[in-house]
Design a protein around this ligand. Sequence first.
Ligand code: NAI
Ligand code: MG
Length: 477
Amino acid sequence: MPRFEYAPAPESRAIVDLRSWYGLFIDGEFVPPADGGVRKSVNPATEEVLAEVAEAGPADVDRAVSAARTAYQRVWGPMPGRERSKYLFRIARIIAERSRELAVLESLDNGKPIRESRDADLPLVAAHFFYYAGWADKLGYAGFGPDPRPLGVAGQVIPWNFPLLMLAWKIAPALACGNTVVLKPAETTPLTALWFAEICQQAELPPGVVNILTGAGPTGAALVSHPDIDKVAFTGSTEVGRQIARAVAGTRKRVTLELGGKAANIVFDDAALDQAVEGIVNGIFFNQGHVCCAGSRLLVQESVYDELLAALKRRMGTLRVGDPLDKNTDIGAINSGTQLERIRTLSQIGEQEGAQPWSPPCQLPERGFWFAPTIFTGVTQAHRIAREEIFGPVLSVLTFRTPAEAVAKANNTPYGLSAGIWTEKGSRILAVADQLRAGVVWANTFNKFDPASPFGGYRESGYGREGGRHGLEAYLG
Ligand code: NAI
Ligand code: MG
């Protein structure tokens, strides 16, 4: 495949007006932290400091929870659904109007390519608010009884891989159901959540309905263990998910956890191989592989292994790694130095255990955090790179001979979030999907998301469902 040279096509960052410092968003206003410190958010592609952001301490958590409680009791809880939906529609429209600004900001703070923040993240963020705005006045018809009640105040903690999209997944259904929220974004990607706070002001959302507390692990821990929270929603690592489950055990708090994954992407010998290659690339290199449902284990039927691998390598040779703001970039920066270290360590372990890495020739920028797209062949099920979530642009390739072997290998994981099947046979899709223990199974496609479709996992991938009608259940009593 020829490799075309492109002139640089950077998106202008002038649309994003960054201040040097940001406070916490409590009770409808930006306020300085009472007892917390300050943390810098950097652009992972350049290591440039974008802004300093407040770190909320326990007194701030207390203030935010109490603002959310008051707003719940006095305004948002009693408000008819049809009125709540107007606010959600207004928020959705403002997000759509400001989507270019939000996409540039997301790429700056997170490192993801502008093509993805512009064409995937932002349209889905707006779609989630539109979708749940539509439910707010129809909750009595959602299958949870004639008059389902909100739970109260939700404490929500989200990760850095899809900062604004995870915020939308958490806030839109909570608000539609009549709950108020205190949300903590991840410490490396707080900025779009602060922009969202400003959008709440712009939409004239009543103060206290949405509160945003920036900060790291300790802020999240203080939030989920606050006694006046009714519901905890978390997306992030299985390890922190376990800590949170322990922290709320024995309380009356409701919990949903969306944790890691190690999805199998299964290619049968009758699959359309070029199409499968696109799906494999999208499955593991989308968002630098920082995706809980990433197709990080490729299972290939032995008879097409050579052909598929050759096609995959050719395709990987065309991937462009570099400036996230360049419209031609396919793979952006790794979100943080810490995450880069994790990816490097697991890749080294893969080599030590005997698997063979391969990457296309590509020049990585000197500054910032980067990892070349990589595949490991010769991987066995015992290898750590076949079992642990790498959460980076690294694919482990395994083979199988029969459908039964494919299913057994796919299910041989402590996780159970997603899976992919590539075959021309509809009957095989149904038969295999039926046996896979995964919350989402894609057929002849991968990483497709829609607000109407529920998402969530089994076993160490967590519990509860987000999205769709199912997603309402987590916020109704
Ligand atoms: P993490 O689970 O530590 O971070 C997620 C969020 O939880 C962040 O907002 C963080 O501040 C917060 N947090 C950390 N400790 C907490 C605590 N004790 N109580 C409450 N909140 C807490 O994830 P991290 O360290 O950024 O990434 C580690 C690994 O986790 C990754 O390599 C990846 O394998 C996995 N991960 C999975 C995600 C997913 O979407 N399922 C998202 C992010 C990470
Ligand atoms: Mg950042």
